[in-house]
Write a protein that binds this ligand. Structure first.
Ligand SMILES: C[S@@+](CC[C@H](N)C(=O)[O-])C[C@H]1O[C@@H](n2cnc3c(N)ncnc32)[C@H](O)[C@@H]1O
Length: 455
């Protein structure tokens, strides 16, 4: 099916959403509408934007919210694509937009909070979870209004020892998180409720969007009362069931197969686990010991969960190896001019892929840097002690295709002199494109990510 048109299943899904009083988001995901929304946002037009109709997601460094129209255009340009791999999914807003545009998305991220977001926005289907989610949102919002709530791990750690969120909201988060755990919900529904809680907490936090530090004085929004909303879960696209995985990128690259792979790795030394440790602890609910003023979970500094993509000396080799493993005929790579590899170096490396059969196109985008850079540098007493060198940065999108189109090569995933490893196909999988079992089932976290015994 052409992703541009709505098929009967999507129309049915949208009808279902409307019947349940929910915003039908899928039909508005077109590059034209996104570009229009972006123009509105840039002009700071007040009122409800298309982005808001998509639903707001958590604040996230490196989130590709403003690049969505460009990414969708690039994906559409690869004619005939049905399945798209998102190897570093983060907030999942890219996977969400692609799913809304009709593609079958296979998302992956090695952090548990990101895998939960992907399970909510990519894997879960509106027709399977939204009715229960809407009921639970009502139930938990009533719970949050009770006067007899007791503080727990979250309040003690993130509202008293540190000051990310006001204690009045901390007790609500503790109570709702315990209630979610007690219900033993089906995994997709649980992910939707955890996403709803994470986003509600994000709306009342007191940070600049990173959990390396909190503001000296409570932010304006932190005084608001925590309130859950139903996340913008999409109906299943006609292209097939989407999937979310929680694996290291190398394992995911070896196992997943698609027409296009979107690759958006970290670009500096700051680990996402360290920057978003509070979400990781909220999602895992393993109540680990913490360290430092920022109250980070101990596994942030233990090393076992470090990403090779945060290492300057290892980055280029790791990326080259990863790209060589990815099983898709088109690669779309996002990378910033502030990252470990300069544009020339990246282009040269990409041209060398697939035994030299790669063709590279570069799309350049100019952006305001993240809010922390706009605010400046402050000491622990809250005094401004410096300015950030530059306030804008460039995001490059490298679109890598093989010489010769898929049609010329007979369709499907193109082959060349570098053999592409085949997926191990397990019988009984309901997905239209076979996916190996070890990446299908588990919401259970892989062994390396299991809570440590010291917690
Ligand atoms: C730049 S962010 C992706 C942002 C995402 N495209 C979005 O729009 O929200 C990079 C992501 O890579 C994940 N990551 C880092 N190292 C990884 C690894 N080795 N394997 C899998 N995911 C990894 C991080 O958790 C982070 O969410």
């Amino acid at each position: 099916m052409s992703p541009k048109r709505l098929g009967p299943k999507e129309r049915e899904g949208l009808g279902w959403l409307a019947d349940h009083g929910l915003t039908p988001v899928a039909r508005i995901v077109t590059p034209k509408r996104l570009r229009a929304a972006d123009r509105h946002r840039r002009r700071e037009v007040s009122g409800t934007s298309v982005y808001e109709r998509f639903g707001r997601m958590i604040k996230y460094l490196g989130s590709k919210r403003t690049l969505l129209p460009v990414i969708l255009d690039a994906v559409r340009a690869a004619a005939g694509a049905g399945a798209v791999i998102d190897l570093f999914s983060g907030t999942s807003r890219v996977g969400h937009a692609l799913k809304g545009a009709g593609y079958r998305v296979l998302a992956n991220d090695h952090n548990a909070y990101a895998a939960v977001l992907a399970r909510c926005y990519v894997q879960a289907d509106a027709e399977g979870v939204l009715e229960d989610a809407a009921r639970l949102v009502g139930e938990f919002n009533r719970l949050a209004r009770r006067a007899d709530l007791a503080p727990g791990y979250f309040t003690e750690t993130f509202c008293v020892k540190s000051r990310y969120i006001q204690p009045k909201n901390g007790v609500r988060i503790d109570s709702i998180r315990e209630a979610i755990a007690a219900k033993s919900l089906p995994p997709d529904l649980e992910a939707v409720m955890l996403t709803s809680l994470m986003e509600a907490a994000d709306r009342v936090d007191s940070t600049t969007g990173l959990q390396m530090a909190y503001l000296k004085h409570w932010s304006q929004r932190s005084h608001n009362d925590l309130e859950l909303r139903v996340p913008a879960v999409l109906p299943r696209p006609a292209a097939g069931k989407c999937r979310a995985h929680c694996h290291d990128a190398f394992d995911a690259a070896a196992a997943l197969e698609g027409d296009i792979a979107y690759i958006d790795p970290p670009y500096n030394q700051h680990s996402y686990l360290g920057n978003y440790h509070m979400w990781e602890s909220l999602v895992r609910w393993d109540k680990p010991p913490v360290y430092g003023v920022a109250c980070k979970r101990v596994d942030v500094r233990e090393g076992g969960r470090r990403s090779v993509f945060n290492s300057r000396p290892r980055f280029a080799t790791a990326l080259r190896r990863l790209l060589g493993m990815v099983r898709a005929r088109t690669l779309i790579i996002s990378f910033s001019d502030e990252g470990y590899m300069m544009r020339g170096e990246m282009e040269a490396m990409l041209r060398g892929l697939w035994g030299g059969a790669a063709r590279v196109r570069v799309i350049e985008n100019d952006f305001k840097r993240y809010i922390g850079a706009q605010i400046g540098i402050y000491n622990p007493r809250g005094e401004r002690v410096g300015r950030v060198g530059h306030l804008r940065n460039k995001e490059y999108m490298y679109v890598v295709t093989r010489e010769g189109t898929a049609q010329e090569r007979g369709g499907g995933v193109a082959t060349d002199e570098t053999p592409v490893p085949r997926a191990r196909v397990e019988p009984g999988d309901t997905g239209e494109t076979p996916v190996p079992r070890e990446l299908v089932d588990p919401y259970t976290l892989p062994a390396w990510a299991a809570p440590s015994s010291s917690s």
